[in-house]
Write a protein that binds this ligand. Structure first.
Ligand code: PLP
Length: 376
């Protein structure tokens, strides 16, 4: 099997699974007062500190959630509550994950106005676009760090600087689910107030994410009320095994961060060069993230390619896994012609991907094109 869908989810290393198993067996509730409970609490805090170190932030700024989607929902709903006396305008992009877009849509139903910035043909968004859209009543700017389909890195630090220069009262949120441990991602350095993360994109388990909330947001609205866990902001008994797996995955990746960035970037360059040498394959966007490459087999419906390669044990994606079957909103926003848009494929790499994997996949794609007629 060749797995080139690391932007959808990542393999869980055995060491992560073992750590989760160990944490599952230490079943005490971290809120319990006896030693076994206190030990569990200590472990949760140590795991929080491990992840916080990877972000260069203070541990209490990190709040565990059930996934990136939950973090995105909380960030947006919390930010509009925070800015309720400022206004009802939000700026985001047309190429965010559905966790952002659907939450914004729900807010539009409640009278919020949302500006969706469109990327250019290369897939990029600029701080100047945010400057043009920014208003007195803007309460939130939510822009992802790395786009999950094109791999484009968006200029969060420039946007943060702009908000400061304009003395905007808007909070700045970034969905860093695809950026975490793939590109520099320290929230304070980027200048963001809120940052969403998800474990399963970095070798951790599914079902655990985190929201960074900057220290100055003391009264940020809690997501869940109850027993007061997560600094009284997201109640619910801690998912100790998921948290342990998240932290183990982060520490494993962190140990080899530079090497894995270089490795993925080299694999991407190798793959890109090979694919773009094949007649009929073109680049889609100009994403710089090391782990995502978008191309199009112009005229060849991507669903057929994915099925054909899938039958050969090759896993890649026709775009975001969340939009199975229909042209994704990201591809639509790039304004590609129909034949190019219909043939978009996303190949996404991990630290384990080899050049031999790439050779096999390129040969399979070439064979697919040779053995069929273009249908679009
Ligand atoms: N944001 C981005 C950019 C993503 O790629 C994803 C997952 O595909 C999510 C959010 C959602 O994360 P989760 O699957 O943890 O809910």
């Amino acid at each position: 099997m060749i797995y080139l869908d690391h932007a959808a989810t990542t393999p869980v290393p055995e060491a992560v699974a073992n750590e989760m198993y160990r944490a599952l067996l230490s079943y005490a509730n971290p809120s319990a007062q006896y030693p076994m409970g206190q030990e569990a609490k200590k472990e949760v805090e140590a795991h929080r500190a491990t992840i916080a170190r990877a972000l260069d932030c203070d541990a209490p700024c990190l709040h565990f959630t059930s996934c990136g989607t939950e973090s995105d929902n909380w960030a947006i709903m919390g930010a509009v509550h925070h800015g309720r006396h400022v206004g009802k305008h939000i700026i985001t992009t047309a190429v965010e994950h559905s966790a952002i877009l659907e939450t914004c849509k729900a807010l539009q139903q409640q009278g919020y106005e949302v500006t969706y910035l469109k990327p250019d043909k290369t897939g990029h968004i600029t701080a100047a676009q945010v400057a043009d859209a920014l208003r007195e009543d803007t309460v939130l700017v939510s822009i992802m760090l790395v786009n999950n389909e094109t791999g484009c890195i968006f200029p969060l630090a420039d946007i943060a600087r702009l908000l400061q220069e304009r003395k905007s009262r808007a909070l700045l949120h970034t969905d860093a689910v695809q950026g975490f441990l793939k590109v520099p991602c320290a929230p304070a350095k980027l200048g963001v107030d809120l940052m969403s993360l998800s474990a399963h994109k970095v070798g951790g388990p599914k079902g655990i994410g985190a929201l960074y909330i900057a220290p100055h947001l003391k009264n940020f609205r809690p997501l869940l009320f109850g027993g007061g866990q997560e600094m009284s902001r997201r109640s619910g008994t801690e998912a100790t095994a998921q948290i342990a797996g998240f932290a183990k995955a982060v520490s494993l990746r962190k140990e080899q961060l530079e090497e894995s960035w270089q490795h993925m970037a080299a694999i991407k360059a190798y793959c890109s060069e090979k694919l773009l040498n094949i007649d009929g394959i073109v680049a889609v966007g100009e994403g710089q993230a090391p782990h995502i490459l978008a191309v199009s087999l112009v005229g060849y419906p991507s669903a057929n390619v994915v099925t054909d390669l899938g039958a050969q044990g090759i896993c890649l994606s026709a775009g975001s896994a969340c939009h199975r079957g229909k042209l994704s909103h990201v591809v639509q926003a790039l304004g590609l012609d129909k034949r190019t848009a219909g043939g978009v494929l996303r190949l996404s790499f991990g630290p384990e991907t080899t050049t031999a994997d790439i050779d096999t996949v390129c040969a399979a794609l070439e064979q697919h094109m040779r053995s069929r007629f273009p249908m679009l």
